[in-house]
Write a protein that binds this ligand. Structure first.
Ligand code: CA
Length: 403
């Protein structure tokens, strides 16, 4: 039986699936009257002077789509985009975004599958989705499955900073209060301990929770992100006190990002909701985070997980385990626009989503900024991402920066 099964796999489905992964069928049915996009003509990348990497995909018919890559390592991601991935996409139909995603991953998988490669793929993948939605004249969320909500509740995400630049509890309280005054109904403080400063002594977290709670009042949800900075025992003790004394509602990344066994122990011990997922890059890592780490809330980042094609799969996994999606999103531009369309199209996307607030100097490269009001960002209604890059301004911004 075993030999028969092996023969079946090697000659049948198994072999066919492997062969089909990087190849794209060229002769395809095309419905009459389908909007034309043309084939991909070129892929270009742009490094902005504020730690930002954009990707533009253009077609023969003159349509453009824009995406963003996570800026974890801009030189590495840019090299992937320009030197490896662009050639896999040029000449293809942008409506083949999913087989193109496979083609990019499996061509380069030995250099990945996470990190800078996944970030580079995200830039191209989001640009393809933007382009497809523009060709159809639809807001991107419609193409992702439809609109559950036309505005997305967002929380104010405040970074403490690291080392000598770390902000005091009083400074963090002021920043959190500024979000609350603008109508935000939830705030999060990112403690940014990371694995360089595990179980810090003295630990500023309790002072921060006390001062921020006093500054924002009882009605604003308060979340604390340990950024992987605790051992399991300290995470449990810390999470318990944050919940009991200051009503902290979410405790994010309490332990090392690779320690799913430890994370599961923390989740089991605490009543407070535990969030994780900004260090997972694909459906397989999220499967393990769910089944082994059992995080209560999942934090995929669309500009890290290879874009919207993979983010949709991660959201489906989360739905099967009844876990809400709360995007990781520390970039207030194209990444935020892609996140908005993503969560607007999810049944399990109703939680407040991460947002670091607008940065005026960055908005100048867009024809119109995203619209914020009363603790929510409006889902753009224009075709595509709805955050249109002004290429002349983009060029000016790049040329005026010291490189
Ligand atoms: Ca985080």
């Amino acid at each position: 039986m075993k030999a028969e099964r092996r023969a079946f796999l090697s000659q049948g489905l198994g072999a066919a699936a492997l062969l089909a992964l990087p190849r794209i069928v060229t002769a395809q049915p095309v419905a009459a009257g389908r909007p034309r996009a043309g084939r991909v003509r070129d892929v270009a990348s742009y490094v902005l002077p504020w730690n930002c990497l954009f990707v533009r995909v253009r077609t023969e018919d003159g349509l453009t789509g824009w995406g963003e890559c996570s800026p974890m390592s801009i030189p590495a991601s840019r090299a992937f985009v320009e030197q490896e991935l662009a050639r896999l996409v040029v000449g293809a139909d942008p409506f083949d975004a999913e087989p193109l995603w496979d083609r990019m991953l499996y061509d380069q998988y030995k250099a990945g599958p996470g990190g800078a490669l996944a970030a580079a793929m995200a830039g191209i993948d989001i640009a393809l989705w933007d382009l497809k939605a523009k060709a159809l004249g639809l807001p991107l969320a419609k193409l992702l499955g439809g609109v559950y909500r036309d505005r997305v509740r967002v929380y104010g995400s405040v970074a403490r900073g690291e080392g000598e630049r770390a902000k005091s509890a009083a400074e963090l309280a002021r920043l959190a209060a500024a979000f609350a005054e603008q109508g935000f109904t939830a705030v999060k403080i990112r403690m940014q301990f990371r694995r360089r400063n595990v179980d810090p002594r003295p630990d500023p977290t309790f002072d921060v929770a006390r001062e921020v709670r006093a500054a924002v009042g009882e009605k604003v949800d308060l979340m604390i992100d340990a950024n992987n900075g605790y051992s399991v025992a300290r995470a449990i003790a810390t999470g318990r006190r944050l919940y009991e004394e200051w009503g902290v509602s979410v405790f994010e990344e309490p332990v090392a990002q690779h320690d799913y066994v430890g994370l599961a122990s923390v989740v089991e011990a605490l009543e407070i909701a535990v969030a994780a997922g900004e260090h997972e890059y694909n459906r397989w890592q999220f499967r393990d985070l769910i089944t082994q780490g059992n995080a209560d809330i999942l934090n995929p980042d669309v500009i890290k997980v290879g874009g919207l094609t993979e983010a949709k799969k991660i959201a489906a996994l989360a739905q099967a385990w009844e876990k809400p999606i709360v995007v990781h999103n520390t970039h207030p531009s194209l990444g935020t626009a892609a996140s908005l369309h993503f969560v607007a199209s999810l049944a399990n996307g109703s939680h407040a989503q991460e947002y670091t607030g607008p940065r005026e100097h960055e908005n100048r490269v867009f024809k119109a900024p995203l619209r914020y009001a009363d603790g929510h960002l409006a889902l753009p209604t224009e075709p595509g991402l709805g955050l249109e890059v002004d290429e002349a301004e983009l060029r000016r911004a790049i040329e005026s920066s010291p490189q």
